[in-house]
Write a protein that binds this ligand. Sequence first.
Ligand SMILES: [Zn+2]
Ligand SMILES: [Zn+2]
Length: 314
Amino acid sequence: MTLLDSEVEKTRKPVPGVKPRPGWELPLVYLVVGLPVVGLVVGIVLATRHGGISITDAALALGFYLFTAFGITVGFHRFFTHQAFKTHRVLKIVLASAGMMALEGGVITWVADHRRHHAFADDEGDPHSPWRYGRSPFGLVRGLLWAHTGWLFDSEKSSARRWAPDLVADRDLIVLNKLFPLFAIASLGLPALIGYGVTGTAAGAFSAFVWGALVRILVVHHVTWSVNSLCHVIGERPFNTKDEASNVNWLAIVSLGESWHNLHHADPKCARHGVEKGQLDPSAALIKLFERTGLAWDVRWPTEQRLARIRKAA
Ligand SMILES: [Zn+2]
Ligand SMILES: [Zn+2]
């Protein structure tokens, strides 16, 4: 039986493991979501005026993209949320810091939300299911918008004590989580500082800020959010999951391997999400590099037996 959108709203039950979001957070969420959009508009104006983007700005955007996006995919997601590998304290701190510079919230907050997502995937309690408003075309469009960005403005947030007790017990992470404003300032300020160092002009610092900070943050955000929205709606589902998680191959490179989301939901602790031949997974490649250099161990690589267990029958 399919419920109408209004009925879906009415039948929503109270969610365990959430707490009210403090009022002061909301203006900050608007700022963090909105400012990068303004940055993109300014970037387009600058590029039109200057006939493109300078090598310095492109390198800064790419460099900071890789650093902060890997912080999310390898750090926040595969290491902190799912414990797909083990590492030293120093790399743990580097990964947490890199992820926080993506401006997707503190590491503990992010992990709490994401564990709740897995616990209730596409069901009551999932913080960002695109199926929240039912399966009608209008409900799905509304749900996609909710899963992509709307959920960030929800009046409730995941309880860290309930969803991330291991992280709450880690003093390093408590300190880093509290330093989130400093990471935000570094993420916004460092590209401008480097841009000024290279060009020696205020205009150079400004365009480095626009591309290396604002536009880069915009892309990191929307790629992460596309995994929450698109990777639960479109694409293939070769593995058995209890939810709608799907593989979206054209997002693989830019998402650093995170869009092999169907496999990820079928085997959340697996360090590699792109497990089939030809499925690019740059995050798994980085974890492999960590392993080879002694920075990571006890890595949960996929095994043929495990894959055979979760793969759908042909
Ligand atoms: Zn998911
Ligand atoms: Zn996950």
